[in-house]
Ligand binder design. Structure first.
Ligand code: GDP
Length: 195
């Protein structure tokens, strides 16, 4: 539960820059503003390891965070900015597929979706991209503090149905405010580093 070491190793734009440590990698994707930076910071108990910003101008890189020298969180650029050009989107797609297609260290794909809302087409595409590359998927419903416990089943059902969620994948709710889900998600993530 205590994290002593969490540092950004590199912001990579091409495979030649990926780390060579051979550590297990957990990739994190989600639309901008879903709460991805807050998720990373809560998971590692830091205020601002990952920058909470969500600005369209943000550099589009794969950010490798070394956690306890045991694994990497790989933060990919948030998608769904209204103002991103087609050329930018294509570049994003190439960077992602290049990473997914070639990276042996990649063990788990986390998809963050807003627990309050039906997943968007882009969320579905992201889920499908993980599935296409046979990456095990962990879907996380963020900002769960905004939903009453009595409505959890309904929201989880909508998310799973929209994604066409497959039984081998995992789903957790999460809140960076209450820290709900943190321990369970760590347990799940760590199961991919022990084999
Ligand atoms: P990112 O763009 O995906 O990295 O999202 P951020 O982590 O920057 O968060 C986007 C917005 O959502 C900010 O205003 C956060 O305060 C808010 N937010 C993040 N996590 C939570 C949460 O667990 N609960 C609630 N209610 N709001 C959150």
């Amino acid at each position: 539960d205590r994290i002593n070491y969490a540092e950004i190793t590199i912001s990579a734009v091409s495979p030649s820059q990926y780390p060579e440590d051979g550590l297990t990698e957990i990739v994190l994707a989600g639309r901008s503003n879903v709460g991805k930076s807050s998720f990373i910071n809560t998971m590692v108990n830091r205020k601002k390891l990952a920058r909470t910003s969500g600005q369209p101008g943000k550099t589009r890189t794969l950010n490798f965070f070394n956690i306890e020298k045991e694994l990497f969180f790989v933060d990919v650029p948030g998608y769904g900015y209204a103002k991103v050009s087609n050329a930018e989107q294509e570049k994003w797609g190439r960077m992602m597929t290049e990473y997914f297609a070639t990276r042996e260290e990649l063990a788990l794909g986390i998809l963050l979706v807003d627990f309050r809302h039906e997943p968007s087409d882009l969320d579905v595409q992201m889920y499908d991209l993980y599935k296409y590359y046979n990456i095990p998927v962990l879907v996380i419903g963020t900002k769960a503090d905004k939903i009453k416990k009595s409505k959890y089943n309904k929201h989880e059902g909508i998310i799973k149905r929209t994604l066409r969620f497959e039984p081998e994948d995992k789903f957790f709710t999460f809140s960076s405010f209450s820290r709900e889900g943190r321990d369970e998600i760590w347990e799940e993530i760590l199961s991919y580093t022990r084999n």
